[in-house]
Write a protein that binds this ligand. Structure first.
Ligand SMILES: O=C(O)CCC(=O)C(=O)O
Ligand SMILES: [Fe+2]
Length: 338
C-alpha cells in the first residue's frame, strides 16, 4: 500500500494503441485505491482554462443573480444553481455551491417528454460562452471516459467493449461545476463535501490548484492533491456492484476551504443508462460485503431495479426537498436500496 495515487497515461486507450500498460496500471490502481489520476486524456488545457474563467465569473456574481437559475426551476431534469449549504451529502450541509448540468436533451426528446428524472435541457445562466464551453467539456471528458472504460474492461480480462455494449452506448452523464467558498462556513457545515462514494461507473474530476480532496484508504485518509495536466478518476458504486467488490467504490470527501481563495472543481459522472439493470460480471468471485463499514450503511450488491432507481433514492437524500417533489411526481414507486 502506497500513500499516493498513481498517474496513468490513457492515450493508447483513446487512440487505439497497445493498451496493455494502461490496463495493467488500471487494475493495480483499482485494487489498491479505486482512485487514480489520468493524463493523455485529450481534454485541451485551453478548454479547461476557459471553463475555469467562466465559472469564476459566474460564482463571483451576487447570490440573487445566480438564483435566477435555481435547481427548483429545473424540474425533474435536476439542473440549475444551488447555494452553499444546499446539498447534504452525508446528512449535513456541504460548504459548496454549484451549477448542476448534464447532457443537453431537447424538451421534445422522448425521455424528457416522459418526465424521466435527470434528463432534460440545462438551465443556462446568462453568461456568454458558458454553454459552448460546458458542452465541449462534457464531450471531451466523455470521450476519455469511454476510453477508460475500455481500459477497465481489459483490466478485468473482458472484451474492450464490455461496458459500452451493455451500459454506456447511451450513458447517463451528469456534470457539476462546484465552488468551495473561501468565506468562513457556518458551524453546522464541517466539510466542503462530506464522506461519500459516487453512485455510478466513473467520475472524472478536474480540480483547480487549491487542493482539499481526500481519499479513504485502508491505512487512513490521504490527500489527492491537484496534479497539473491530469484529471482525477474514481470508480463508483455500479462498478463495485458489477465486480462484486473486486474494484471497490472508494469513499472520499473535501476539506473546508481555508486557502483564502475560492476552489473550483468540475466532476463529471459517467454512468450507466438510466434504465439499465446493472448485473455482476460472470466469473468474478464475490468479495466480503462491506455494508457495515460503508458511509451510507447500504450494500451496492443488494438492490433490485434499474440504475435510475438506485440513483433517485440517493439523490433524494442529498437534496431532500427536491427529491420528495420529484419522487412524488414522476418516479414509479422507488425501490429500496438498503
Ligand atoms: O470537488 C471535489 O473535489 C470532489 C467532489 C465530489 O466528490 C463529488 O461531487 O462527488
Ligand atoms: Fe464524489
Amino acid at each position: 500500500m502506497t500513500d499516493s495515487l498513481p498517474i496513468i497515461d490513457i492515450q493508447p486507450l483513446l487512440e487505439g494503441g497497445d493498451a496493455s500498460a494502461p490496463a495493467a496500471q488500471i487494475r493495480a490502481a483499482c485494487r489498491a485505491h479505486g482512485f487514480f489520476y489520468i493524463r493523455g486524456h485529450g481534454v485541451e488545457a485551453a478548454l479547461i482554462a476557459e471553463l475555469e474563467r467562466l465559472s469564476r465569473a459566474f460564482f463571483a456574481q451576487p447570490e440573487a443573480w445566480k438564483l435566477q437559475w435555481p435547481m427548483s426551476a429545473g424540474g425533474p431534469a435536476w439542473r440549475g444553481y444551488f447555494k452553499a449549504g444546499g446539498e447534504l451529502t452525508s446528512g449535513l450541509p456541504d460548504w459548496k455551491e454549484g451549477l448542476y448540468l448534464g447532457s443537453e436533451l431537447a424538451p421534445e426528446h422522448a425521455l424528457v417528454r416522459a418526465g424521466t428524472p435527470l434528463h432534460g435541457p440545462n438551465l443556462w445562466p446568462d453568461l456568454p460562452g458558458l454553454k459552448e464551453a460546458v458542452l465541449a467539456y462534457i464531450e471531451a471528458v466523455s470521450r476519455a471516459a469511454h476510453a477508460l472504460l475500455r481500459g477497465i474492461a481489459l483490466s478485468l480480462e473482458l472484451p474492450a467493449d464490455y461496458f459500452d455494449a451493455r451500459y454506456t452506448a447511451d450513458p447517463l452523464i451528469l456534470f457539476r461545476i462546484f465552488n468551495y467558498p473561501s468565506r468562513p462556513a457556518p458551524s453546522v457545515a464541517q466539510w466542503g463535501v462530506g464522506e461519500h462514494t459516487d453512485y455510478g461507473l466513473l467520475t472524472l474530476l478536474y480540480q483547480d490548484p487549491t487542493g482539499g480532496l481526500q481519499v479513504k484508504t485502508p491505512a487512513g485518509w490521504i490527500e489527492a492533491p491537484p496534479v497539473p495536466g491530469t484529471l482525477v478518476c474514481n470508480i463508483g458504486d455500479m462498478l463495485d456492484r458489477m465486480t462484486r467488490g473486486y474494484y471497490r467504490s472508494t469513499p472520499h470527501r473535501v476539506r473546508l476551504n481555508s486557502s483564502g481563495r475560492d476552489r473550483l472543481s468540475f466532476p463529471l459522472f459517467f454512468d450507466p443508462n438510466f434504465a439499465a439493470r446493472v448485473q455482476p460480471i460472470e466469473g468474478i468471485p464475490a468479495a466480503a460485503d462491506d455494508r457495515a463499514s460503508r458511509w451510507d450503511g447500504a450494500s451496492v450488491h443488494a438492490f433490485e431495479g434499474s440504475y435510475g432507481d438506485y440513483l433517485m433514492a440517493k439523490v433524494g437524500k442529498v437534496f431532500p426537498e427536491l427529491g420528495q417533489a420529484v419522487l412524488a411526481g414522476t418516479v414509479p414507486p422507488s425501490i429500496p436500496v438498503v
